[in-house]
Design a protein around this ligand. Structure first.
Ligand code: SAH
Ligand code: SF4
Length: 376
């Protein structure tokens, strides 16, 4: 029976060095291999010309460079792309490229589905299938770079920023995400700066503390509500880790960075749920001691969610209140809507292990007529 080959695509620098040592090789070879794999996109050991024939032969026996498979790719008129990527568990996840003036942001998935069940999130409604391996996470960046190379040079595209805001909760798949993020920031791989790689979390407090030991990437916090009562209703993990503990952990992380970085506070605006003026005032008070910028995200509807996006005037009022309190506030423009690539619309094709999706579908039928609350 053939033994499982080690997939070198998903090895962090220290893991690559350790792997080479098991083959009796010196650690500096790690950098050579990583450059071939991540910078040149080479998967065939025979093409790695500065690696000795002897080592290549050994690698062919026990290792491979195996990116995940692309099942489909969609292009939106606004320049966004969405790839459907098949992972080993049999599920598929989504990766989205969002071009903006002077930068190109790739939104990467960390899990197939998500176990945290936020009430407004299509991924959460699907239930959870699997954690992505490190090679499946970094593989999304690898695949997109390869795709852009083959698209040609007419409209050159480049990934300059990565946000871990695709499917899944990154901190629930901690080691693989930390390894993948280290590869994104490694000079011999993708060389993205710490300010251009952002980990978005709904608030897994112990893991936010642990991040200090592994990374100095930027942090985004999916807050979405200004008090525990409302947050627990829409972001259930808040029951375990309430807002005060959460903000303390984020402050500690920012302090550990020792630079001028601030957290991005993500706040979805859902009509009649969390978009009242009073919510904005409460939020301004709550964030008084957290260095941050606030990113308001108009809710992206999906079938059967039962929620509506806030009106333009509610969004603008909410923003003004925060700005008057001295906050820097941006409103996320919805991109990639027509190809289902907007925030919270990513669903891939997840074989749900929790059966939540079945319960959800049944519920959706029952509640098809339920209208969201109205706020004057
Ligand atoms: N699990 C992580 C990262 C993935 S979700 C997190 O929750 O932060 C990425 C972002 O999309 C989060 O801010 C999330 O709250 C937001 N999002 C989820 N569903 C959405 C929807 N229907 N409309 C707009 N944004 C949504
Ligand atoms: Fe999971 Fe994030 Fe969606 Fe919540 S918003 S269900 S944490 S992916």
């Amino acid at each position: 029976m053939p033994t499982q080959r080690t997939n070198l695509l998903g090895l962090s620098k220290s893991k690559m060095e350790a792997f080479l040592q098991t083959l009796g090789e010196r650690p500096f070879r790690a950098i050579q291999l990583m450059k071939w794999i991540h910078q040149q996109g080479v998967t065939d050991f025979d093409q790695m010309s500065n690696i000795s024939k002897e080592l290549r032969a050994k690698l062919k026996e026990c290792a491979e460079v195996r990116p995940p498979l692309i099942k489909d790719c969609f292009a939106a008129k606004d320049g966004c792309f969405k790839w459907i990527v098949e992972v080993e568990s049999g599920s598929s996840v989504e990766t989205v490229f969002i071009p903006e003036a002077g930068r190109g942001t790739l939104c990467i998935s960390s899990q197939a589905g998500c176990s945290l069940d936020c009430s407004f999130c299509a991924t959460g409604k699907q239930g959870f299938n699997s954690d992505l391996t490190c090679s499946e996470i970094i593989g999304q960046l690898w695949l997109v770079n390869q795709a852009f190379n083959t698209f040609g040079t007419k409209t050159p595209r480049k990934v300059t920023n990565v946000v871990m805001m695709g499917m899944g909760e990154p901190l629930m798949n901690f080691e693989n995400v930390m390894d993948a993020v280290s590869l994104m920031m490694e000079d011999n791989c993708y060389g993205l700066s710490k300010r251009r790689v952002t980990i978005s979390t709904s608030g897994v407090v112990p893991k936010i503390y642990e991040m200090q030991n592994y990374t100095d990437a930027s942090i985004a916090l999916s807050l979405h509500a200004p008090n525990d009562k409302l947050r627990t209703e829409i972001v259930p993990i808040n029951k375990k880790y309430p807002i005060s503990e959460l903000l303390e952990s984020v402050n500690a992380y920012l302090e550990s960075l020792g630079d001028s970085r601030v957290a991005i506070i993500e706040y979805i605006l859902i009509s009649g749920v969390n978009d009242h003026r009073q919510h904005a005032r409460e939020l301004a008070e709550l964030l008084r001691h957290t260095p941050c910028k606030i990113n308001l995200i108009p809710f992206n509807p999906f079938d059967g969610s039962g929620y509506k996006r806030s009106s333009d005037s509610a969004i603008s009022n909410f923003r003004k209140i925060l700005q008057n309190e001295g906050y820097v506030v941006t409103v996320r423009t919805t991109r990639g809507d027509e190809i289902g690539a907007a925030c919270g619309q990513l669903v891939g094709q997840v074989d749900d292990m929790t059966r939540r999706s079945a319960r959800y579908l049944a519920l959706r039928e029952q509640s098809a007529s339920v209208q969201p609350l109205k706020v004057e």
